[in-house]
Design a protein around this ligand. Structure first.
Ligand code: NA7
Length: 551
């Protein structure tokens, strides 16, 4: 590190400080980190990306389980920032599978020659704010320490996988995987006795994909989810050309919907329509591809108990029609929450899997798992033997990835402690007590509740402009004010109040059954929608960042 240069009349503030190794360090080389790096290199800054994996991709690098694919239309998920990428890349399916998405991200990285600015196999253990230097020290698991003026987190929202808190997990003699850590090498499922725990978006994808490939499949379900058909299909060359010609229109549409998808709520009001009209819309949505059934429905379905209950009945009937055994169908119908208040898994052949002779549904709400054994597992009712056990048990969402790094801010303040009750931030982008830290895809940011790249392009552009503003104005320390945080969190809570998801036991409210201690419901996402979030960010920037203190 260069020693402090003596201040002179013409020194800038930055010149009077010890010079850190980097202007900016980004943690994470997924969808967000890739785009952020691209933008900062355009500013000619000294920037590096630290990534725990051995290659780029983040979520799409790790989640290699069978059936892993988009629930977003592929052509609405890709980056919008580069016309060349839009012109050159072709999607082969409307909802691309993981290998294709990973290839897409590799294509973008190679196209802009980003790899030389990335370091792989780097796990960040600890980051410490140095007030004197106005810089962060970044301590890596391999023993190295880096320093940087600005630290940007692009660490994903579902990147801290959680194993179930069940006794005996270490005892199983067969192959066992959390879906997030599914191996790169092919796993032969033929004739295997497979058990799977978890029926969230991931479990539902796995079950639909492997039911006809395994010897037997036993699904351990604690609480069912409301699932809806994905209706994936191939994209021909002609269709891709047609999609390409409409990219402007597609991204404009995503910018105006609350979720950043092509699907937005219908204009009609639930209580002003006839039941026949509602049923016609619901049948149409059920038969249409993608999230329309969740996000293109009547607004009231997600906001009003009566509207929600009527739609639940419609969806329950669909499950009854598709699952032959009525007692199995009843087990697959959620009773503890309404449609859309938890993340809706999109499915392909999911309900039909339960009509197969080789698939069994075990309701562990009724007969809980007692322990994992050497041969399989034991419920209060029976012993099961497996060759392979799949844990589709989800994540310590959004804050989990932050908690796994020891963030130490001003006066030794720990981020983990600050966020113990609720992850308090401003705009989901910065935290008071943690100067020069921009939490891209942080809790309560818009990107964690939208079609991710749409949200992340917004966050990255905004964060980049903030860094530009600091550099242009010789500002070496930026910090969110506690007042701005307070105002923001009040707004975040108000937005939760509008939606039924406020009561859900799901990662939207920070719920996870596998924590070792009970946690209060938390405000994890921004529920006010993408357009409103974009407006908030724009107002903050155009007013000269009143929510920040600059030095
Ligand atoms: P989710 O949606 O959090 O689902 C996890 C599933 O695992 C859910 O069905 C849980 O049941 C179940 N689970 C978790 N722990 C246990 C234990 N200990 N015993 C039994 N069952 C358990 O994670 P996903 O990976 O499916 O999806 C995460 C996101 O990835 C998704 O929202 C998409 O955006 C992509 P529970 O509901 O707690 O009863």
């Amino acid at each position: 590190m260069v020693e402090n240069a003596p201040a002179t009349a013409s020194s800038t503030a930055a010149e009077t400080l010890a010079r850190p190794d980097h202007d900016v360090v980004i943690i994470g080389a997924g969808v967000c980190g890739i785009y952020q790096l691209y933008r900062l290199l355009q500013m000619d800054l000294n920037v590096t990306v630290l990534e725990a994996g051995e290659d780029v991709g983040g979520t799409w690098y790790w989640n290699r389980y069978p059936g892993a694919r988009f629930d977003s239309e592929s052509w609405s998920y890709g980056y919008s920032f580069s016309q060349e990428v839009l012109d050159e890349w072709s999607w082969s399916e409307h909802f691309a599978a993981q290998p294709e998405t990973l290839s897409y991200l590799q294509f973008v990285v190679d196209k802009f020659d980003l790899k030389p600015h990335m370091q792989f196999g780097c796990t960040v253990d600890r980051v410490v704010w140095n007030e004197g230097d106005r810089a962060w020290s970044i301590h890596l698991a391999d023993g190295r320490t880096l320093t940087t003026r600005f630290l940007l987190t692009a660490i994903g929202l579902l990147s801290a996988p959680m194993m179930p808190r069940i006794e005996g997990v270490e005892d199983f003699n067969g192959q066992a995987f959390h879906t997030y850590h599914w191996p790169k090498e092919p796993i032969d499922l033929t004739d295997k006795r497979v058990g799977i725990i978890g029926t969230g978006a991931t479990g539902v994808q796995v079950i639909g994909a492997i039911a006809d490939k395994v010897g037997s499949l036993t699904v351990f379900q604690r609480r069912p989810n409301w699932c809806a058909p994905l209706h994936n299909s191939k994209i021909s060359e002609e269709e891709m050309a047609e999609i390409r010609s409409r990219y402007d229109e597609i991204f404009a549409r995503c910018a105006e919907t609350p979720g950043g998808f092509v699907h937005g709520p219908v204009d009609e009001r639930f209580f002003e329509t006839e039941r026949a009209e509602r049923l016609a819309l619901w049948e149409e949505l059920y038969d249409s591809p993608g999230f329309g059934i969740w996000l293109g429905n009547y607004r009231e379905v997600l906001m009003d108990e009566t509207a929600n209950a009527e739609f639940n009945e419609f969806m329950a009937d669909k499950i009854r029609q598709r699952v032959k055994d009525p007692s199995v169908a009843e087990k697959l119908i959620p009773k503890d929450h309404g449609f859309g208040v938890q993340r809706v898994p999109m499915e392909t052949n999911y309900y039909e899997a339960y009509n197969r002779d080789n698939v069994e549904l075990v309701d562990i709400g009724e007969t809980p798992i007692e322990r994992i054994t050497a041969e399989g597992l034991r419920t209060t009712d029976r012993e099961f033997e497996f060759d392979i056990l799949i844990y589709a048990t989800g994540f310590d969402a959004i804050t989990g990835a932050f908690d796994r790094i020891d963030f130490v801010g001003v006066d030794d303040l720990k981020l983990r402690e600050k966020w113990d009750n609720d992850p308090i931030s401003y705009l989901g982008m910065g935290v008071s007590g943690f100067p020069n830290l921009i939490t891209l895809a942080g809790p309560t940011s818009g990107s964690v509740s939208t079609n991710f790249p749409r949200g992340i392009e917004l966050a990255v552009d905004w964060g980049t402009a903030l860094i530009r503003h600091a550099i242009d104005n010789d500002i070496t320390r930026i910090e969110v004010t506690p007042e701005a945080e307070e105002r923001w969190m009040e707004h975040v809570r108000d937005m939760y109040g509008m939606l039924l998801l406020r009561n859900a036991r799901s990662w939207f409210t920070g719920y996870n059954a596998n924590f070792t201690r009970e946690r209060r419901p938390r405000h994890m996402i921004y529920a006010g929608g993408n357009p409103r979030y974009r407006k908030k960010l724009a107002e903050e920037a155009s007013a000269g960042y009143p929510g920040f203190r600059f030095e």
